[in-house]
Write a protein that binds this ligand. Structure first.
Ligand SMILES: [Zn+2]
Ligand SMILES: [Zn+2]
Ligand SMILES: [Zn+2]
Ligand SMILES: [Zn+2]
Length: 306
């Protein structure tokens, strides 16, 4: 279709009804709660605001729209994300889109309050429309990413689900107890240099901690790093401390730290060197033998700060 050419027949039916529910995010389907919460009118309110809610859904991607909300000359609305992808052609009626803001709808959105999309996971907070997204990015009920490092694992979930996933899908060892004595053995020189992504989970104080061990390049120096991550929020992680110890032949390296929440990525923690860093030469010295194999014993202890 030539640029500026306008379809004679305006499509009146809103395409979103065809795929209503299809792309909606879980939790976004709940009723909108309007500011006045008079019990007698609540039922009526939720019916009428559901209509507004549908208006705020982008007809293309079905996500909720945030300013700037756009519209075509025939009044079809579109989110700014989709607008940048439709090459100035209204996806509903194929008119030239132009640059028209839908200020009325933006204002209506401002007056709405919505529950957090993680309501089903336990968050019962309600937010003004425009604060909802921001809250959801840091909501403590949002699912955690799989803590297994080194794979492109995209699994998310709450802690019990992730524990089952780590054990079933990544074959991660689970141990009970707040002290541990863990051996890392790699007899093949290739594996010594690529001893990556080793993960063990410890059950301690009824909570779970991930012990990571891996080889990486710190600048030009090959090193191993070991650190502990807490399967929960950062605020809770700070209630715990841990030590790691590795040594042999009369030498010893120790580290005392605070476990980091699994909200912090594995890589972020590694790159900040917030753990026991063992130069590879020293690790091989601790391993004894011909210095071609890795045989490390990491001793650790987790405790709760009073
Ligand atoms: Zn959209
Ligand atoms: Zn249109
Ligand atoms: Zn929330
Ligand atoms: Zn995973």
């Amino acid at each position: 279709m030539a640029r500026g050419d306008v379809c004679k027949q305006v499509v009146e039916s809103h395409p979103k009804f065809l795929r209503h529910d299809s792309g909606m995010q879980k939790g976004d389907t709940t009723n909108i709660i309007t500011k006045p919460t008079n019990k007698a009118t609540e039922k009526h309110k939720s019916c009428s605001t559901n209509g507004v809610y549908e208006l705020l859904e982008c007809p293309m991607c079905t996500k909720l729209m945030y300013p700037p909300i756009h519209q075509c000359p025939n009044g079809h609305t579109l989110c700014s994300n989709c607008k940048s992808r439709v090459q100035n052609c209204c996806p509903t009626c194929h008119s030239e889109l132009g640059n028209i803001r839908c200020l009325a709808l933006e204002k209506v959105a401002e007056s709405l309050e919505l529950p957090c999309r993680h309501q089903s996971l336990g968050c019962h907070d309600i937010f003004p429309y425009y604060s909802k997204l921001k809250h959801e990015q840091t909501c403590r009920f949002r699912p955690y990413n799989c803590p297994y490092a080194g794979s492109e694992c995209t699994v998310t979930g709450d802690i019990p689900n992730l524990l089952a996933h780590l054990s079933n899908d990544h074959n991660v060892d689970m141990h009970d107890g707040c002290t541990f004595n863990h051996r890392y053995v790699k007899s093949n020189p290739y594996e010594v240099e690529n001893a990556t992504w080793m993960l063990t989970v410890f059950n301690c104080y009824g909570r779970q901690f991930c012990l990571h061990f891996e080889a990486y390049q710190l600048g030009t120096a090959p090193v191993y790093i070991s650190f502990l991550r807490f399967m929960g929020e950062d605020t809770e992680a700070k209630n715990f401390s841990y030590t790691l110890e590795v040594g042999g032949y009369g030498r010893k390296l120790t580290w005392q730290g605070v476990p980091r929440s699994i909200r912090d990525s594995h890589q972020k923690i590694r790159d900040s060197q917030d753990g026991l860093v063992i130069p590879r030469k020293l690790a091989l010295f601790f391993s004894g033998g011909n210095r071609k194999e890795l045989k490390l014993r990491v001793i650790g202890h987790i405790w709760k700060e009073q």
